[in-house]
Design a protein around this ligand. Structure first.
Ligand code: AMP
Ligand code: MG
Length: 483
């Protein structure tokens, strides 16, 4: 299969044994390709055009590994809902790091590929629904221009997995700039061997933050850089109403990509307390808590770095704390600017925060749709404009129009800005469910169409209205951890 152009260069495989287990995917009975991401394969400089569907199924199930791959399961730990646990790839293997044209490095990982030494009580497998769901949402995030792992393929295994019922099994091929997590640092730090932590620290800097390679205090600079990436990420989630659902430290990527699409979903009606995950009873990972949790996770990351920040532990803690405590100010600044963009506001006015919060409060009180309210403000109306005749909204709009006039802001200019940050389409929960339901019945048309539409969520075209309308069901949408 060398016609595909794989270009493996597996550096994680060369790290000491404690970082990983060398393990092959467990072969599956009857692999059958369900989805394949042609655009992504070209971005990766891979060419599958001469490969039959049967060969693709064998490849993306892990039944036949490409030449140059060294498959491993990665070790990591993590705080799950606040509790520290030893984890690791319990149902995934990294088959290698592929270098694309510009020498950009991508992890190629199979999720659902069988048991590993880290499987604990799990079966190492994944069900079709959750793998297709990860495919849809991760590709939607990419369309929304939000940093994310990508999905290259989904293959049915021809084997059932036992959950509450028996479900069709599947494997997702996930592509990421790496799978190194806050939890990877926690795992190594917990071993209390400074040389191992040093290896990880330098590996991560080489791979993701080469600009700080020669800096005086690499650990501090790494913390600052990762914090910056994570703030940008969570601000983007807030921008589009994305709720990750399970922001455990093992699900926070050091590269700043959104990772692990389990119980995630997009908010429709604006409510800061929105939670979709059935297991998140306390709302730890609710929409409005995401920034606070990001800071909490970064604090866990900072703790791992202490031995490298300063030889004097007290001084190291003081330095790290100072950085962690700058989170709120940095977040608020970026969040305000993001919201200004959503409203088409140029420049800074001291009253901007009130203008923004008053709109959000109105949306909350009136149970307005988050995405569609911004569409309305861009004159992209979606059928339900009676909501916006409300007098409070109208008086808010007068203030907004006044503020828009600052900095010679003309409609052409502010609409252009707004259209780059306010999506017309998000993966509506009922649309995702409908697509998954049909796919399980072997009808791939709805999922293919949904994925296609979500590639370009910012551009108006004729056929998107059906994807913009919120669900008319009052039933609370619930998601489940992706197993
Ligand atoms: P997640 O909730 O997907 O982030 O997974 C948390 C941990 O549980 C990770 O270490 C996974 O590898 C592991 N895990 C999840 N599902 C399974 C499964 N079916 N078999 C083995 N390990 C699993
Ligand atoms: Mg995870």
């Amino acid at each position: 299969m060398n016609k595909i152009n794989w270009n493996f260069n597996n550096t994680y495989f060369n790290l000491p044994n404690i970082f990983r287990e060398n393990i092959k995917p467990t072969p599956v009975k009857k692999p059958e390709l369900v989805l394949f991401n042609k655009d992504l394969s070209s971005d990766l400089n891979l060419d599958f055009s001469k490969v039959s569907n049967k060969e693709l199924s064998e490849l993306f199930s892990g039944n036949s590994l490409p030449e140059g791959s060294n498959s491993i399961a990665q070790a990591y730990a993590g705080h799950q809902f606040g509790h520290f646990t030893m984890l690791g790839d319990g149902r995934a293997v990294l088959i290698g790091e592929h270098l694309s044209k510009d020498s950009k490095r991508y992890d190629i990982q199979f999720k659902g590929s069988g048991k590993t030494t880290f499987s604990r009580n799990g079966d190492g497998r994944a069900a079709l629904g959750p793998m297709l769901r990860e495919y849809i949402i991760s590709e939607a995030m990419n369309g929304l221009r939000i940093q994310t792992t990508r999905s290259l393929a989904v293959v049915k295994t021809g084997e059932d997995v036992v959950r509450e019922t028996s479900l069709p099994g599947a494997i997702l091929t996930r592509v990421a700039s790496s799978h190194i997590r806050v939890g990877t640092f926690q795992y190594i730090a917990a071993r209390e061997r400074k040389n191992e932590l040093d290896i990880l620290l330098n590996y991560v800097i080489d791979r993701h933050y080469p600009d700080i390679k020669n800096s005086k205090n690499k650990a501090i600079d790494l913390l600052i850089n990762v914090m910056e990436k994570q703030i940008n990420l969570v601000v983007n989630w807030m921008r589009v109403g994305f709720i990750h659902g399970v922001m455990n430290t093992d699900n926070m990527s050091i590269s700043g990509e959104t990772i692990d699409y389990g119980p995630c979903a997009f908010m429709d009606t604006y409510d800061p307390k929105t939670v979709f995950s059935s297991i998140d009873q306390m709302g730890r990972y609710a929409y409005c808590n995401q920034p606070v949790i990001t800071k909490w996770n970064l604090s866990r990351f900072a703790e791992c770095l202490i031995p490298f920040i300063d030889n004097d532990q007290d001084k190291a803690i003081e330095l790290a704390t100072k950085i962690i405590n700058s989170f709120e100010k940095k977040y608020e600044e970026k969040w305000l600017n993001m919201m200004r963009n959503k409203l088409g506001l140029f420049g800074v006015d001291e009253k901007d925060k009130f203008l923004i919060l008053d709109l959000l409060t109105w949306m909350h009180q009136k149970k307005a749709d988050y995405t569609n309210t911004f569409c309305h403000l861009m004159n992209e109306n979606i059928n339900e404009d009676k909501d916006y005749e409300d007098k409070d909204f109208q008086s808010w709009k007068i203030r907004w129009n006044e503020r828009l006039k600052n900095n010679n802001n003309i409609p052409e200019k502010y609409l252009k800005l707004m259209k780059t940050v306010n999506p017309l389409i998000i993966p509506r929960n009922h649309k995702v469910e409908e697509a998954l339901e049909q796919a399980e019945k072997n009808n791939l048309k709805p999922i293919t169409q949904l994925v296609e539409i979500l590639k370009d969520p910012y551009t108006q075209r004729g056929n998107i209205l059906d994807y913009q309308i919120p669900s008319n069901s009052d039933e609370k949408y619930q998601t489940f951890c992706g197993t």
